[in-house]
Design a protein around this ligand. Structure first.
Ligand code: URA
Length: 258
């Protein structure tokens, strides 16, 4: 029985799961696995940033695996999950909104992502688009509607750094290199909705591999108004993402049965 080196899983352990939900944070995996309509949730393994639970939705096994922060770490998880037979991947995370009409606790469903990270360029030239798969996007929209969330669908900017790449001045040096000075206003003018750190890698890799992927992030800060992230905002954003992805994946499973 071959066990994947990083995520520490074998094909037998995932019981034929072809759908995976991918939060960044290992601490969020159990929360998702224990959320209705999931049943029979159990811990499979925990190694480094990769924690995996298996849960069932209407008799269908769904793997919930954390990816850690950023493209390199997520890329490893996507490679190893694909080799185990996973075909559909839905990232759920948190993000900083950059448009004034988006609020903490809203959900942002990514239609495509700006590849401001590096990992995806190891898989495809930079001209290759990072786009979400339409059935996964539709399922996440249905999930957001069912959960009665305020949601937005559009372009996400994925970066390799939380501080300079997202033009944060509240860093150790307080300096943002010239390359990134003013970039948030530029993305805003180009109708980019949010910053996060994994969507572009996931969407590029999934397309390159011929797999389906999508991404929803709960908003935990609006960068037009503040840099600080409160505990309450984090709770609101996390809850929006989890509701959207669990109901969204339930929709996907149901649709595929029909
Ligand atoms: N995650 C990010 O990458 N940026 C934010 O502002 C919030 C969450």
């Amino acid at each position: 029985m071959h066990t994947s080196y990083h995520i520490n899983l074998s094909a037998a352990e995932i019981e034929g799961a072809t759908i995976a939900i991918l939060p960044g944070d290992p601490a969020r995996v159990e929360t998702i696995a224990q959320t209705a309509p999931f049943t029979n949730a159990r811990l499979l393994t925990q190694k480094r940033e990769y924690c995996s639970w298996l849960a069932y939705m209407e008799g269908v096994p769904v793997l919930i695996t954390s990816t850690g922060i950023g493209g390199p770490s997520l890329g490893i998880a996507v490679e190893e999950l694909a080799m185990l037979g996973v075909k559909t991947m839905a990232r759920v995370g948190t993000c900083g909104a950059i448009q004034g009409n988006i609020h903490v606790g809203d959900a942002i469903i990514t239609s495509g992502a700006v590849r401001m990270e590096g990992a995806s360029s190891h898989y495809a030239p930079i001209e290759y688009p990072a786009v979400a798969q339409h059935e996964v996007v539709q399922a996440l929209i249905a999930g957001a509607k069912q959960a009665e969330l305020t949601y937005h669908v559009g372009i996400t900017c994925s970066t390799d750094t939380f501080y300079p790449g997202q033009e944060r001045y509240d860093s150790y040096t307080k300096y943002v290199p010239r390359r990134f000075q003013g970039i948030t206003e530029e993305w805003r003018r180009l109708h980019v909705l949010n910053y996060e750190m994994e969507a572009a890698t996931l969407l590029t890799l999934a397309s390159v591999m011929g797999l389906r992927a999508g991404c929803v992030c709960g908003v935990i800060v609006n960068r037009s108004r503040s840099e600080a992230i409160s505990a309450e905002a984090l709770r609101a954003g996390e809850s929006a993402g989890v509701q959207c992805v669990t109901l969204g994946i339930a929709n996907l499973i149901r649709q595929e049965r029909e």
